[in-house]
Design a protein around this ligand. Structure first.
Ligand code: PEP
Length: 251
């Protein structure tokens, strides 16, 4: 059975001190909370070791926001998947739309990053999603299908470890959420593509998260859809209260 997951993506926010405080507050809140999902925070690379030191990993998973597609060597400023794993992290976001858009990450690079993450025992949270123009011109299903197909070079055992996050770019940080029906339709489209390639069992077991202006007020409706298995949360993950409001939508 696939898992329900709520994962925070802190992006380039919080100083080390603020990040450690936020993670401790979430960890504390989780102790008292009743929720029916796994919870993860994906934090800036500079915070991984310290955050790992203040959370209970049984309650709260830890992830990075990116990793290099290379193994190691002369790539100044890059952070390898092995380095991420050595901090104690267990997850890594790959292919966030901001990385695709501002850093020109290609499908080939994202496949290589995913392979690196998997080879180092990290669970990839692989992001896909269309831009507004593609939503409006009707090409969104095909665009997202081709993004997910970039991972279809993985063998089935590896693909089965991937978490997918559907994040329509027009809904990220804009306050404009996809309707629960739009999210459901796309998640079903993604699951159908996975089923065609890897079969019913792997498709049925793949967690597909929704991301894009998800908040405590809309999480319950989004998560009630059969193919929406949780959320990847940006802005609302930066306050323990709002993040917990989304986590607790899975009660
Ligand atoms: C994100 O960037 O992954 C995201 C979903 O952001 P927000 O929740 O702020 O739209």
């Amino acid at each position: 059975m696939r898992k329900n997951i709520v994962a925070g993506n802190w992006k380039m926010n919080t100083t080390l001190e603020e990040g450690v405080e936020l993670a401790s507050n979430i960890n504390e809140a989780l102790k008292a909370s009743k929720h029916n999902c796994d919870v993860v925070v994906c934090v800036p690379a500079t915070h991984l070791v310290s955050v790992n030191g203040v959370i209970d990993r049984e309650l709260l998973g830890l992830g990075a926001e990116n990793c290099s597609e290379h193994d190691k060597g002369a790539y100044t400023g890059e952070i390898s998947a092995a380095m991420v794993a050595s901090t104690g992290a267990g997850y890594c976001i790959i292919g966030h739309s901001e990385r695709r858009q501002y850093f020109g990450e290609t499908n080939e690079q994202l496949l290589a990053k995913t392979r690196q993450a998997l080879a180092n025992g990290l669970t990839p949270i692989f992001c896909v999603g269309e831009v507004l123009e593609q939503r409006e011109d009707g090409s969104f299903n095909q665009v997202v299908r081709s993004q997910i197909e970039a991972l279809f070079a993985l063998d089935p055992a590896d693909f089965a470890k991937v978490i997918v996050a559907y994040e329509p770019v027009w809904a990220i940080g804009t306050g404009k959420t996809a309707t629960a029906e739009q999210a459901q339709d796309m998640h079903a489209n993604i699951r159908a593509a996975i089923e065609e390639k890897y079969g019913k069992e792997i498709a049925g077991d793949t967690s597909i998260l929704y991301g894009g202006s998800c908040k405590p007020t809309n999480a319950r409706e989004l998560f009630s859809k059969p193919d929406v298995d949780g959320g990847l949360i940006g802005g609302a993950a930066l306050k323990a209260d709002s993040f917990m409001g989304i986590v607790e939508a899975f009660d």
